[in-house]
Design a protein around this ligand. Structure first.
Ligand code: NDP
Ligand code: OXD
Length: 306
């Protein structure tokens, strides 16, 4: 079995070494233009030339959960597109989102500002019932996040394409239930894949439906959010703040107003990192399963877009 590796912005050597250990009978190499055809590829943001040349691929393994960038390219005709299926990301996402929700709910930013002035401040406890959290996207990451938030007794709502039953989470599904879902929430967590249906979904109309004093946590993709609409709703007081991990342009340009907005917290696309060891173990296992003709989890439907 021939395995090729083509990942932009990723150091190849540790991945190649790990893949060779996990697949001792395979030939694993880094892709070079004109390289012979491989059976499987491990990719992140590959150039179109790679996909045009590698026409015999059976498996195209994306080293991330989101495949929006990959699906913009012309793909080899028979390759199955496979996304990372958790591989250590869901626990990181649960940590990040719970941290952001709790930081806002418990007003830790306010305490920090007071402490900076040696001020012993006391704030009235806020009621959890007044902070229902909505999770958009109840897939591998969204479900874990929704369950983690329930552990802190927040009222939790979820929205997905098809109906989902998660204990303690009020389920909403489909476009027809989007507005009702949003109106039920004060804190909104976005964990949708970026598809034609979800691009710009966090806009003036939808964010206005959140309860007054709403809070937005975007950890999915920057193009879900209309930047100017968020700023307008923060500035008119409808929204209380936002924590943003993903942006339309990454790295976030130095002049972007998100950097300096007093009620926006920015992190550099770090909420759930790809973990190399977990990812290699998962990918190698799936390559071998595909070679044996067995079904695998994490297959992407290119028409659906995720
Ligand atoms: P999944 O594919 O497992 O889950 C996607 C969820 O979104 C599903 O519940 C799906 O519904 C729902 N969904 C998709 N389209 C729609 C729609 N049109 N309307 C309503 N619901 C919809 O993805 P993951 O949970 O693994 O990952 C989610 C996203 O998180 C990734 O695509 C990526 O963009 C982002 N991500 C960000 C990271 C970061 O570091 N910031 C790290 C990893 C991922 P249904 O269940 O019915 O199919
Ligand atoms: C991913 C990401 O999609 O890191 O995995 O954003």
């Amino acid at each position: 079995m021939n395995v090729t590796f083509c990942c932009t912005d990723t150091k190849a050597e540790p991945w190649l070494a790990g893949l060779r250990m996990a697949l001792p009978h395979a030939h694993v190499s880094e892709w070079q233009p004109g390289a012979p055809p491989a059976d499987h590829a491990v990719v992140w943001a590959p150039p179109q030339q790679f996909l045009d040349e590698q026409t015999r691929l059976k498996g195209l393994f994306n080293i991330g959960a989101g495949v929006d960038a990959l699906l913009k390219l012309r793909l080899p005709p028979h390759a199955k597109v496979v996304r990372l299926d958790d591989a250590g990301m869901s626990v990181q996402m649960a940590e990040y989102v719970c941290h952001a929700v709790i930081r806002h709910f418990r007003e830790f930013d306010g305490y920090e500002a007071d402490v900076a002035h040696s001020k012993w401040s006391y704030r009235k406890p806020r009621m959890r019932a007044d902070f229902p959290v909505g999770v958009m996207g109840l897939g591998v990451l969204g479900e874990r996040v929704a369950r983690a938030l329930r552990q802190f007794d927040f009222p939790v709502h979820g929205w997905s394409r098809s109906p989902k039953t998660i204990e303690g989470v009020v389920g909403h599904s489909g476009a027809a239930q989007l507005d009702g879902f949003l109106a039920s929430c004060r804190v909104l967590v976005n964990l949708l894949p970026l598809t034609p249906d979800t691009r710009d979904i966090l806009n003036h109309r939808t964010l206005s439906l959140l309860r007054p004093g709403g809070y937005v946590i975007n950890v999915a993709r920057g193009a879900h959010l209309v930047d100017d609409d968020l700023i307008a709703l923060l500035d008119n007081g409808h929204l209380a703040g936002a924590t943003l991990d993903v942006f339309r342009t990454e790295p976030l340009p130095a002049a972007h107003p998100f950097w300096t907005h007093p009620r926006i917290t920015v992190t550099p696309h770090t909420s759930a990192r790809t973990l190399r060891e977990e990812s290699i173990a998962q990918i190698a296992g799936k390559m071998l399963a595909l070679e044996r003709g067995e079904p695998i989890a994490g297959l992407v439907d290119p028409v659906r877009g995720y």
